[in-house]
Design a protein around this ligand. Structure first.
Ligand code: PEP
Ligand code: MN
Length: 319
């Protein structure tokens, strides 16, 4: 932790700070420098209370923590999964944006298995900008995704949009997806963490690495053992495509698996394929891809949904 001293910091400021550090962090090391103080060996819970107290002292400019200090769990968690074998190449989670009819979803599931997918998108709940837009078929689709899992043997990834869905999803799906809109839904993160389920968490539009990892920290602090980070760009359409620097930064600062969703920020299916290739080249361990037999008939997001054939070609090329 670095405490920046302001221009008007004097010996009184330093003495008050020394007392405060002693109160909050007994046994910690504090190194007083010309314009800052470095404190090491403290707990993040205590730091949360210390920061406002320190910043309220006259002469203190601001308090800065490193990622490792703010997100100790996210930064130290290992790349583990009881679902995916990362030693066998890139992981492909694929499926329609939303589950629609049983006939279409099961045909897609079989074709995706054939294409080499490692897991199925099994989206029952769709967070939509418009309340008039299709909201997903909800738990009416539970039997459909269950059948898809039985037939293909593939694990399921299902977005959770509300804490009330979690209990039922625990026995139904294999990985909970927290979507870009909900990366900051902290009560949802706590409850998803408490479920003990593996969670794939997307980065919200324009969220920083710090904010993304703090959301992962919520999941881990509340009980999640397997977190997958998923970078998806900052918008819809091509304005802010998949952020390759963000993938690299996540890989550099954590050991968590880093995936990418190349579809939602892409202008169309061919741009999504390019983004998928770029994300893997940047080091992503896997992809979450919207793919189906006939994207033109998709109820949602057909525009950037890949055909099963193009997904099969991508998997063949990149697995
Ligand atoms: C999705 O993956 O279905 C989705 C809603 O994407 P995002 O959260 O990235 O918008
Ligand atoms: Mn979608």
């Amino acid at each position: 932790m670095k405490i920046h001293l302001g221009r008007f910091a004097d010996s009184g400021t330093k003495a008050a700070l020394k007392t405060l550090i002693g109160q909050f962090f007994p046994g910690s090391k504090a190194e007083f420098r010309e314009s800052s103080v470095i404190v090491s060996d403290f707990r993040p819970e205590t730091a949360a209370d210390f920061i406002p107290a320190a910043e309220a002292l006259p002469g203190i400019s601001w308090v800065q923590m490193s990622l490792a200090e703010e997100c100790p769990l996210a930064v130290s968690a290992k790349k583990t999964s009881h679902i995916f074998d990362f030693s066998k190449g890139s992981i492909f989670i694929a499926g329609p944006c939303s589950v629609d009819t049983e006939e279409n979803y099961l045909s897609c599931a079989k074709a995706l298995k054939e294409a080499g997918a490692d897991a199925l998108r099994a989206a029952l709940f769709k967070p939509r900008s418009s309340p008039y837009a299709f909201q997903g078929i909800g738990f009416a689709g539970a039997d459909i995704i269950k059948k898809a899992k039985e037939i293909t043997g593939l694990p399921l990834v299902t977005e959770v949009t509300d804490t009330r869905q979690i209990e039922k999803l625990v026995g139904l799906t294999d990985i909970l997806q927290i979507g870009a809109r909900n990366m900051r839904a902290y009560e949802l993160l706590k409850e998803a963490g408490r479920s003990g389920m593996p969670v794939l968490i997307k980065r919200s539009a324009h969220a920083t690495l710090r904010e993304w990892l703090l959301s992962a920290e919520y999941l881990l602090k509340y009980g999640c053992k397997e977190v997958i980070l998923c970078e998806r760009g900052d918008g819809i359409g091509s304005e802010f495509p998949v952020n390759l620097d963000m993938i690299r930064a996540a890989l550099k600062n954590t050991e968590l698996p880093v995936f990418s969703d190349p579809c939602h920020s892409a202008e169309g299916a061919s741009a999504a394929t390019d983004a998928a290739v770029n994300a893997l080249a940047a080091g992503a361990h896997g992809l979450l891809i919207e793919a189906e037999i006939n994207p033109h008939k998709a109820k949602t997001d057909g525009r950037h949904t890949m055909t099963v054939q193009s997904l099969a070609a991508l998997i063949k090329d990149k697995k």
